[in-house]
Design a binder for this molecule. Structure first.
Ligand code: ZN
Length: 318
């Protein structure tokens, strides 16, 4: 009895609803929510339904969303990614109109918008066709500014290009968006856990993969160094992705003193969901344990597909 009374006093790590960021997929081609097969409980939302969904998240206690767009049209230069009437731009305006207090974070990348599936402009290199760094930087800056113009509070470049954060910061500042923050996917591993996301965002590859510009799973020092480069370039929030398999990196990245986000990715979600469906694991217990572990390792924010459910579970534990 006494032990139970004293326990909350000794609690080292508290998981709060305001730590959670819900990823939201917005699909330009649908007029009703489409379930994502490999991510049970997750949907692609139509543009005109996204504000309603965000209101549901808000009512559950979620205060931030991370938007991904699924456009109808793709091309080699990802022109839809920075179009004023693009899927993300329309979604941001709609959410901000209905819920001005909701923090809207936008994923800044091109892979959902290119017909080849890569994260930027592709061209010939000595090793065959691959991502070209500098032309892609210009594209990322354009995308980020268009999101800021639509009302995004935080832009989240995910492409791991060299000089990405600096290019975006300069473009935002000169467009008058000094107050828009940059959350950089600063330590992003070439993980096999992104599979279900590619179903969700429709971002497979026509050729190659992303291993040339994401970090190999064994390289912790390189990952910390990549985050450090983004600190120097002016990132406001760092990110480690995926989360649970990279808690050592997460803990190390907190040393820079900036807020750190961890992305509990689609595969981490799918593993827990699948085992729970079979009755092999207790979904709620494992999900909360994993979110708590991510907090314990030092994450200030957790991007998680469990956000809405976790908010409810945390309420029930009160
Ligand atoms: Zn990408």
């Amino acid at each position: 009895m006494r032990r139970r009374i004293v326990q909350p006093l000794l609690c080292e790590t508290e998981l709060r609803k305001t730590d959670l960021v819900a990823p939201v997929f917005v699909d330009e081609s649908t007029d009703a929510p489409l379930p994502i097969a490999s991510m049970p409980g997750q949907f692609r939302h139509p543009v005109d339904g996204v504000a309603g969904y965000c209101e549901r998240l808000w009512n559950a206690g979620i205060r931030a969303v991370l938007l991904f767009g699924v456009p109808i049209a793709k091309d080699g230069e990802a022109t839809e990614a920075y179009a004023t009437d693009g899927v993300v731009q329309r979604a941001v305006r709609s959410i901000k109109e209905h819920l001005p207090q909701m923090v809207v974070v936008t994923d800044v990348c091109a892979c959902e918008y290119t017909d080849h599936g890569h994260c930027g402009i592709v061209g010939e290199t000595a090793d065959g066709p691959d991502l070209l760094n500098d032309p892609s930087l210009e594209l990322m800056a354009q995308i980020a500014v268009s999101h800021a113009q639509s009302g995004a509070d935080i832009v989240a470049p995910s492409c791991m290009l060299d000089g990405m954060v600096r290019a975006i910061r300069e473009a935002l500042d000169s467009a008058g968006h000094q107050d828009v923050l940059i959350m950089s996917y600063s330590s992003k591993f070439a993980s096999a856990l992104y599979g279900p996301f590619r179903d969700a965002a429709d971002s497979g590859f026509a050729f190659g993969d992303r291993t040339t510009y994401q970090i190999s799973p064994g390289n912790a020092r390189e990952a910390v160094m990549e985050s450090e480069l983004d600190v120097v370039e002016g990132a406001d929030i760092l990110m480690v992705k995926p989360a649970t398999l990279y808690l050592d990196v997460l803990a190390a990245v907190t040393e820079f003193g900036l807020p750190v986000a961890a992305y509990q990715v689609s595969g981490e979600y799918a593993m827990i969901k699948a085992a729970a469906e079979r009755g092999w694991l207790d979904e709620r217990a494992v999900a909360l344990e994993s979110l708590t572990a991510i907090r314990r390792a030092g994450a200030d924010l957790i991007i998680t597909y469990f956000a809405e459910d976790a908010a409810r579970w945390l309420d029930e534990e009160q």
